[in-house]
Design a protein around this ligand. Sequence first.
Ligand SMILES: [Zn+2]
Ligand SMILES: [Zn+2]
Length: 427
Amino acid sequence: MPVKLKNFHEFMPEDVWKWKSIESKIDQVLALYNYQEIRLSILQDYDVLHKGITALMDDKEAFQAVQQVLNLSSPDNNISLLSLRPEGTISVLHHIAKIFKPQGTHRLYYHGPMFRKDKRQNPMEFYQLGVELLGSDSILSENEIISLGMKICTELGLKETKLELNSYGCQDCRPKFFNEMRKYLSEHQNEFCKSCYNDLMQNPLADTRCVQEHCLHTAFQGPRIQDFLCKKCHADFAKVKKIQANLANDYSVNHYLVKNFAYYNETVFDFVLEYQDKKLVLGGGGRYDHLSGMITGKKIPAVGFYLNLDIIFALMNQRDIFLSKREPFSVYVCSQSSDLEIMMLQISQELQTHNIITILSPSISDTETDIANATSFNCPVMIILRDENILDGKALIRNLSKGYQSYVPLNQIISEILIARKALQQE
Ligand SMILES: [Zn+2]
Ligand SMILES: [Zn+2]
């Protein structure tokens, strides 16, 4: 594989149950807020995706954004026709635009792998939750979305998650800020690194992810969009802050909160956490009322957020937040004669009809090997079939967790196992 494996997710069983517990907690919280899951294709139409990503961007910014998308090339003509999804909002908008009726609202979410290229142009995979509330431009809807994001983070055990808010203003007030910011940039050109200077000139709200200490952008100085908001944007933002304060969500205003996508308007937000003296962004989002009109031709006011599930998983793992997995009850079935192999299968099938997990011995072995195998699979109980017992109409049941064994008539094997399961589950 000509790519770096570390950029891809391969989950082993010891991690899969943890991922499932994250997903089921997310499902539970979203169901309480009446959000429905949507499963989107990982493959996206190249043209549709590119049009969506570059909507509301200028040419240079659009070029950079498109560079990050992972495309599948056709071997015949070397033209990319399909892309791997880097996000889900664009697909969701296209689906909903087909059925959208004015005043209707749609609450949707999706989670799973997303793909893009990293800074070195290597393909990478990341896991993300996306939540979208479409069809409402009320302040209440963005508060619902923000509270929902905070709720999911705290329910996953990251209780110190904090909310950062900003407003990107509207089409009336934002250009004034952009002009002022560009003026500031040209006055301080030498104090910014070249890449920040160029990126911010294009889009003063761009997320440059600059790590160069000498770059003024890392010091977050210069004009603040807050000072340029029009009356309506100002009042709307004040309302969002008031509601969040009333909901007891721990928030602060971050005047330099930046986003990769240029399509946001008014409220934008991040969910953040202090980690080793640094701020870790767990996710975030904002209002994007104009994106649908640009890409689907249908105006749909919208607000949404994403959560970076890889970061959340790593934090939960590190803090040991996952409740330890309770091993399900299982029975190890073995025989010490090849003539009894069919009987092993029959007993196993009957146990499975009682929802009991069975593990069949892979070969004919001695008792010691069978016990070692059963122990390695964490089976508390094993059934051992031997010719001499079967001739007496019996099988040996060995209870490894209690440390005893008994010979049980063949027609009582199932009831004996059910009793053993009940006893263990009551502990
Ligand atoms: Zn405004
Ligand atoms: Zn910089």
